[in-house]
Write a protein of this length. Structure first.
Length: 536
């Protein structure tokens, strides 16, 4: 067993009979989990299976209601993450916890006594130590760089570097590849392997089964707050793991595993353009350019995917198309009708639907019931009432029908939408949107944070809608999703469409290179507003 940077020896973790309840909900029902020094251990499960809850207990975010947590054979009772950090436990959360305006070194010492007010001499010493750790593990990051200047992959390295700087020998990563390009993912896992080779224990939570099969030493699967089993990659396959997670066969697992066909769907010949965008320019929230000369068209009966790493203008594109953000220049038309100046209600009336990237911010109202959320865009109109009254009976009837049709798991139509899991919240948004008469659907990050069962459902719904003749613009950071669903694909990088391919020319490596900004090496056709507007 190797010694760590600060001289402490690598230690294993043993979690026995861990129980955690949140009110009447049992998140963990007596889970056993062990983590050995020198291994990479993958933790799998559906949304709500208890994965993050289990790791949050190990990290001291909250105590277990029952069961024990032992590190190096000694039982621990952490009152806070600081206690866990002191014992060598570090956690990199799915959503980075970095302050963009501070440097890498300042972010690393943030939270320490006097952190924001440290002298330059001390920060210089911290920067030197960070550079040494970065060089040792191949985590190429400039300690003096401002976080906002870094790519998403570099910010991921900063989070890992911060944990290592604080002496972490037990490293937890929650969805570590969710926002990375394929090349950044390829670079991350060898770094984790180097850490494990020095005796560190690494556990990562993920929905990407290809990463699990390629890199994990052992795999633990949770379902409904209980451990289904622990096994090695050589003893399983992606389809086996999906079956353990969901409790049934998942038909689209070949797509999740990286292949290029969608089960049960067929190629649709593009027809007349429904959505056309020309020369679109817009600014982001900070007043800097977010979209520059963006142009494309989407035909009836096709899925056009706009692929890209998070932070390259996707939210602004989504908002401009739906009338939620002002554009500086450009034109948007729907079925030949100019809707550039139309408000969201008018665009909805004309048949433009939106599955928003943030389902909780724009997709539903947490304080309203499931039934009210399912018809909230039609309240005040027949058959759900008028401007003066709501027909509760008709609202309940519609809710019952959509809950059954879209398999939304709820205790009843009156359950508050804010209590739904991510997968069920997304089913609610899809149910409301797809139950309308639509001509075009903007589906932004429709499977972000979902498990394989929920992904299967969303993909099936989108494919069926496409086959019915709906024009779909799919905005996605997930390369598996793009490769599985797209009839055509464009890549957005720093607010510009930099490459495009038809379905039969889609290549995983070339798309991944373009997503990372290497459009020339991807050898793809560049996209211009003029060219895009003539596609159909």
């Amino acid at each position: 067993m190797n010694a760590s940077r600060d001289g402490t020896r690598a230690r294993g973790v043993s979690m026995t009979g861990v129980v955690k309840r949140f009110g009447p909900v049992t998140a963990l029902g007596g889970v056993d989990f062990d983590l050995r020094p020198g291994e990479i251990h993958a933790l799998l499960g559906e949304n709500g299976a208890g994965k993050t809850t289990l790791m949050n207990i190990l990290y001291g975010m909250f105590p277990p209601d029952d069961g024990t947590v032992a590190i190096g054979g000694r039982e621990m009772r952490f009152a806070s993450p600081q206690d866990a950090i002191a014992e060598g436990v570090g956690m990199v959360h799915q959503h980075f916890m970095l302050v963009p305006t501070l440097t890498v070194a300042e972010n690393v010492v943030l939270g320490e006594r006097g952190g924001p007010l440290l002298r330059k001499r001390h920060l210089a010493a911290v920067s030197k130590q960070l550079a040494e750790v970065a060089e040792r593990y191949g985590l190429d990051v400039d300690p003096g760089a401002r976080v906002w200047q870094l790519s998403v992959g570099e910010q991921q390295r900063v989070e890992v570097l911060r944990a290592l700087y604080k002496g972490a020998r037990i490293l937890i990563l929650d969805e570590p590849t969710a926002t990375l390009t394929p090349r950044e993912t390829e670079r991350l896992f060898p770094k984790l392997r180097a850490l494990a080779a020095e005796g560190a224990a690494v556990v990562f939570i993920t929905h990407h089964l290809e990463d699990v099969i390629s890199w994990a030493d052992r795999i633990t699967v949770l379902r409904h707050g209980e451990r289904v089993g622990t096994l090695r990659p050589s003893e399983s396959s992606a389809s086996d793991l999906a079956r353990m997670m969901v409790g049934r066969d998942v038909r689209l697992m070949q797509v999740v595993a990286g292949e290029r066909s969608v089960s049960g769907t067929k190629e649709a010949r593009p027809r007349e353009p429904v959505l056309r965008v020309e020369g679109l320019r817009a600014k982001g929230d900070r007043g800097t350019p977010a979209l520059s000369d963006v142009g494309f068209s989407v035909a009836a009966g096709e899925i056009l995917a706009v692929a890209g790493v998070e932070g390259n203008g996707q939210p602004e594109l989504e908002e401009v198309l739906y009338g939620l953000r002002a554009r500086e220049a450009g034109r948007v038309s729907l079925d030949g009708r100019d809707v550039t100046y139309a408000d969201p209600a008018e665009r909805l009336r004309l048949g433009l639907g939106l599955v928003p990237s943030n389902r909780y911010r724009r997709g539903l109202i947490r304080e309203l019931s499931v039934a009210e959320n399912l018809v909230m865009d039609r309240l005040g109109a027949a058959p759900f009432g008028s401007e003066l009254r709501v027909d509760r009976r008709e609202v309940a009837r519609q809710a019952k029908e959509l809950i059954e049709r879209f398999s939304i798991r709820v205790s009843g139509p009156d359950q508050l939408a804010g209590t739904l899991s991510g997968g069920n919240a997304q089913r609610l948004v899809l149910a409301r949107t797809l139950s309308r008469e639509l001509r075009c659907l903007v589906a932004a990050q429709p499977t972000r944070g979902l498990d394989v069962g929920a992904i299967e459902f969303v993909w099936e719904q989108l494919a069926a809608a496409r086959d019915r003749g709906l024009a779909i613009l799919l905005i996605s950071t997930d390369l598996d999703e793009v490769m599985g669903m797209a009839d055509r694909c464009c890549v957005i990088y720093r607010g510009r469409l930099v490459a495009q391919w038809p379905r039969d020319e889609l290549d995983r490596e070339r798309v991944g290179l373009a997503m990372g900004g290497a459009a020339d090496r991807a050898a793809a056709a560049p996209v211009s507003s003029a060219v895009a507007s003539r596609e159909s």
